[in-house]
Design a protein around this ligand. Structure first.
Ligand code: HEM
Length: 265
C-alpha cells in the first residue's frame, strides 16, 4: 500500500479545518469516527461514500442482543449487519479475479492461504476482525487523547510548543486510554501465575487496562506523562503471538524508539 502518511495528514487537517467554530459539537462523531472510517475505507479500498457502514458494523458486532439492548434478539442484530456483509461479499467477488491490488481485501483474495474456494467464512472472519480491531481502537484513542489533554493542560501546551514530543505522547495516549480492556485465552497446560494455579482448559482474562496501570513496571502509572523515558513499555497492543498487527499504523507518527514495545523484558 502506498505511503499513507501524507493521506492521513491531509485528512486529519481537512477534518479539523471543517469543525464548527464557536459552537458545541460532537468530537467523537466529527473527528474520531470520521478519521478512522476514512482510513479503514482506504485500507479495504471500500466505497468511500459508504464508509459509515464500517464503524456502524463494529458497534453492532460489539453489541449484545437482549431485553435492554437496541437489538432484542440475535436475529435482529444479524439483520442489522446485512448491508455490511452484502458489501463485503460483493467486494470479494470483484477482487478475487483481479491481481496486483494492495488493499487488504485484494491481499486476502490473492493469497493462496485465503483465496481458496469455499473460503468465504474465513474471509468474513478476517473482515470482521479488521473492522472491529481497526476502528473501535483508534477512535477511542483519539477521543481518549482529547480527554487526557483536557485533564493535563500543561502537557497540551508543551506538546504544542514542541511537536517532537509526539513520539512519546502517542504511545502514552494508548497506554493511558488502553482502548482494548482485555482479551481472553484458554490455558493449554496447567500453570502457576502470580501465585494462582491455572488449570489446563481454563479461560484466563488478560486485563491490559490493569497491566497498563501496574506501578511495579510503569513509574507513576496513574499520571499522564507525555515524555516518559520508555513510553512503549505497555501492553495496550497485547503481547506475544497475537500482538496487534496494526500497531505501527495506529501509532504512525511515533517513530520506532530504542526501547522495545510491551512489558519489561
Ligand atoms: C490504538 C489502536 C489499537 C490498539 C490499542 C490495538 C490493540 C490490540 C490488541 C490489545 C490486540 C490483541 C492482542 C492479543 O490478543 O494478544 C489487537 C489485535 C489485533 N489488531 Fe489491533 N489495536 C489497534 C489498532 C489496530 C489497527 C489500526 C488494526 C488494523 C487496521 C488492528 C488490527 C488488529 C488485528 C488484525 C489483531 C489480531 C491479531 C491476532 O490475533 O493475531 N489493530 N489489537
Amino acid at each position: 500500500m502506498a505511503n499513507l502518511e501524507p493521506l492521513i495528514r491531509q485528512r486529519a487537517a481537512a477534518i479539523l479545518d471543517e469543525l464548527p467554530v464557536g459552537e458545541t459539537f460532537d468530537f467523537v462523531e466529527k473527528v474520531s469516527v470520521e478519521l478512522t472510517s476514512q482510513m479503514l475505507a482506504t485500507l479495504f479500498d471500500f466505497p468511500f461514500e459508504h464508509r459509515h457502514l464500517l464503524p456502524q458494523a463494529s458497534d453492532i458486532i460489539l453489541t449484545q442482543a437482549g431485553e435492554n439492548s437496541v437489538y432484542k434478539t440475535d436475529l435482529e442484530r444479524q439483520a442489522a449487519l446485512t448491508p455490511y456483509f452484502e458489501r463485503f461479499v460483493g467486494l470479494w467477488e470483484a477482487r478475487k479475479d483481479t491481481s496486483g491490488g494492495t488493499d487488504l481485501l485484494s491481499l486476502l483474495a490473492a493469497d493462496p492461504a485465503t483465496r481458496k474456494e469455499g473460503q468465504m467464512f474465513g474471509y468474513m472472519g478476517n473482515v470482521v476482525l479488521l473492522t472491529v480491531a481497526g476502528s473501535d481502537t483508534t477512535r477511542h484513542s483519539i477521543t481518549g487523547a482529547l480527554m487526557a489533554f483536557q485533564d493535563y493542560p500543561d502537557a497540551y501546551d508543551r506538546l504544542r510548543a514542541d511537536p517532537s514530543l509526539l513520539d512519546s505522547a502517542v504511545p502514552e495516549i494508548i497506554r493511558w486510554q488502553s482502548p482494548v480492556a482485555h482479551m481472553r485465552r484458554t490455558a493449554l497446560q496447567d500453570a502457576e501465575l502470580g501465585g494462582k494455579a491455572i488449570k489446563k482448559g481454563e479461560k484466563v482474562i488478560m486485563w491490559y487496562v490493569s497491566g497498563n496501570r501496574d506501578g511495579d513496571v510503569i513509574p507513576d502509572p496513574d499520571t499522564f506523562i507525555i515524555d516518559r523515558e520508555r513510553p512503549r513499555q505497555h501492553v495496550g497492543f497485547g503481547f506475544g503471538i497475537h500482538r496487534c498487527v496494526g500497531n505501527r499504523l495506529a501509532e504512525f507518527r511515533s517513530r520506532l524508539r530504542a526501547d522495545p514495545p510491551g512489558p519489561s523484558a
